[in-house]
Design a protein around this ligand. Structure first.
Ligand code: AMP
Length: 218
């Protein structure tokens, strides 16, 4: 099963993707998480990505495509994958199609997650992330038990630099201009079902809707 979660920043792709992968035994492949890990480790890739990420802009396609190919090669041809935050441009989607073909596999569905900008901005401004284990909290809707501390690993939580209000606005604009056209790109491909899930609901309800979207049109 190869699935793409497509939607604006803050819609819940990370939270829902992780839950879905745990339930279905799939691999969660988040390009944002891979880039943040590369930054923490101070690799060449991390250094290349840093300035783009902090401005809320997209990292160049060739960097992202190379990183995803490498990850897919490591996972092997039989892995089920949930893509979160990839592809984000038409050239990335075309590169993914070629890579899947080379691996002898294909895309099973695209799930488009939606929510109003008001919901997205509130979620991103309240988001607190654990830099060590990647756990995500929200000060309004799902706060950690101890303020500012990760309940999973005890590390100090951070407010991602790209979650500050000015950068959030830029990320929403970038989504509209460069990523939203992918919805039409996939809708034009009859072999790939595109299903929509309302991401503004409670976490459990979005997950229920997502699982039923996975069963639809299978
Ligand atoms: P995310 O965690 O998915 O919101 O990604 C955080 C940031 O990483 C984005 O704002 C981009 O700067 C960068 N990024 C993540 N995935 C991609 C991608 N597929 N293409 C280009 N840039 C990306």
């Amino acid at each position: 099963m190869i699935v793409i979660l497509l939607g604006p920043p803050g819609v819940g792709k990370g939270t829902q993707g992780k839950l879905l992968c745990e339930a279905e035994g799939l691999e969660h492949l988040s390009t944002g998480d891979l880039l943040r890990a590369a930054r923490r480790e101070g690799t060449e890739l991390g250094l290349q990505a840093q300035a783009y990420m902090d401005r809320g802009e997209l990292v160049p396609d060739d960097v992202i495509v190379g990183m995803v190919r490498e990850k897919l090669r490591k996972l092997g041809p039989d892995a089920g994958v949930v893509f979160d935050g990839f592809p984000r441009t038409v050239p990335q989607a075309e590169a993914l199609a070629r890579t899947l073909e080379d691996l002898g596999t294909r895309l099973d569905r695209v799930v488009v997650m939606t929510a109003d900008d008001g919901v997205l901005v509130r979620r991103l401004s309240g988001r607190r992330s654990c830099p060590a284990c990647g756990m995500v909290y929200n000060v309004y809707t799902s706060p950690p038990e101890q303020e500012g501390i990760c309940g999973e690993c005890g590390s100090e939580l951070v407010h991602r630099k790209d979650d500050d209000p000015a950068t959030v606005q830029n990320r929403l604009d970038v989504y509209r201009q460069q990523t939203a056209p992918l919805i039409e790109f996939y809708e034009r491909q009859p072999a790939v079902p595109v299903v929509e899930v309302d991401g503004a609901q409670k976490v459990e309800d979005v997950q229920t809707a997502l699982r039923s979207a996975m069963r639809e049109a299978r």
